[in-house]
Design a binder for this molecule. Structure first.
Ligand SMILES: [Zn+2]
Ligand SMILES: [Zn+2]
Length: 403
């Protein structure tokens, strides 16, 4: 496929780009490169790069795309408030990225969510039409994510939904699902028992009785229950739920494995390790006298984020990990429901010790204390380029990769 569109761009942020674990190049701040960009990707690319000049170039599509493939887009990589946070803007907070995120796309973050799309082979051997879209979580910010990323990526409908858990930042956009389903149709929604019961209570009108579709202008969902560690299949995608501790609650992580392939993609959007029984029974009061369960960072070396360590590691060992997405809310200890930088770093080193070295790791769920550039630099210092260590980078909204 020949493309005559391209541009010289100057990199606003240092960035490592990796596609399908093969093509990898590193861009330093203020370096200039010639990029070949298909016209339809131009808008998305210009969100990230400063465009200086228009040139021409040739781009060849990778072989795996020619036989149909799965594409993943990160629809959101931020915390439950999203970034910018209302509070930080109204209170004119200065020691976070909220103010700067309005101009800086890599620091503007919606609630964590991804969409996996199966792409048909194109007639000319190039990228064809989107044939199926699988959405993971329907966030409070679903509307904003859909408006930003669906049209430029050929996504018109959502064909199936998977939920990680029942929190508002994972299910708060469910009402909008009517906008991405054909009128009169129902969308299968996969969830565990706790989450399914919860959304049936909060959104009863989305579950019409005996499969009938409401004549009102509302969405229609058909529930499908899954169980921890029991794989289920959607088209040629095998999905295995891996339960994770999420502070006092639970969240489902997932392994996505395309049948007949040798790799998997791991998505752990919300996790925190569980405190020990003693800490649970006698949690020390914090500076304000509040009793909050204490969570020790060193627990991560023993994979205490997993509800069942051995069963979870068994899945992670089953296929090579082409890509892993991990929760990382902030720099310092404190949050009881989300892991923070030292904990996630410890967890990644624990994976390495087990011989689990993903080809690429990205962070999601990043709070407004985490500036993209600062975090990327720190991660390069911690993991950059050494044998036996996975490359780790902050994710950003709209980031795309192929499975
Ligand atoms: Zn903020
Ligand atoms: Zn949550």
């Amino acid at each position: 496929m020949e493309i005559s569109q391209g541009f010289i761009c100057q990199i606003e942020y240092s960035l490592t780009l990796k596609r399908n674990g093969i093509d990898c190049f590193h861009l330093e701040h203020e370096d200039s490169y010639l990029l070949a960009v298909p016209e339809k990707d131009y808008e998305e690319s210009s969100r990230i790069f400063h465009i200086l000049n228009l040139e021409s170039s040739v781009l060849t599509l990778p072989d795996h795309l020619k036989s149909g493939s799965w594409r993943v887009i990160l629809l959101g990589t931020g915390p439950s408030t999203a970034i910018p946070s209302i509070k930080c803007i109204t209170q004119q907070r200065k020691n976070c990225i909220c103010d700067n995120s309005i101009q800086s796309p890599l620091n503007k973050r919606l609630n964590p969510s991804i969409v996996l799309s199966r792409i048909k082979p194109g007639v000319d051997g190039g990228e064809g039409e989107v044939e199926f879209n699988l959405l993971v979580d329907v966030c409070k910010t679903f509307r904003e994510a859909a408006l930003a990323f669906f049209l430029p990526n050929g996504i018109k409908n959502i064909d199936a939904i998977i939920l990680t858990h029942q929190h508002a930042d994972a299910v708060g956009g469910l009402d909008e699902i009517r906008e991405v389903q054909a009128r009169g149709s129902s969308t299968p929604i996969y969830a565990d028992e706790l989450t399914e019961n919860s959304i049936k209570m909060t959104h009863p009108y989305l579950f019409p009785k005996s499969g009938s579709v409401s004549q009102l202008y509302v969405g229609s969902l058909v529930p499908h229950l899954f169980s921890p560690f029991q794989p289920f299949t959607i088209l040629d995608m095998e999905i295995t739920p891996i339960p994770l501790w999420h502070g006092p609650s639970l969240c489902m992580g997932f392994s996505f494995h395309v049948l007949d392939s040798s790799t998997q993609f791991i998505y752990f959007s919300d996790f925190k390790n569980r405190s020990t029984q003693e800490e649970k029974d006698f949690p020390p009061p914090d500076a304000y006298g509040r009793v909050i369960p204490l969570v020790l960072p060193e627990d991560y070396s023993n994979f205490t984020l997993f509800v069942d360590k051995e069963a979870s590691l068994q899945i992670l060992r089953k296929w090579d990990i082409s890509l892993m997405i991990l929760d990382c809310l902030g720099w310092e200890f404190g949050p009881i429901s989300h892991a923070v930088y030292p904990e996630v770093v410890q967890l990644i080193h624990a994976f390495h010790k087990e011989g689990l070295i993903p080809k690429q790791i990205y962070f999601t769920g990043m709070g407004c204390v985490l500036d993209y550039t600062v975090l990327a630099k720190k991660l390069r210092e911690e993991f950059g380029g050494e044998e036996g260590r996975a490359p780790v980078m902050p994710g950003y909204d709209g980031l795309k990769f192929w499975l």
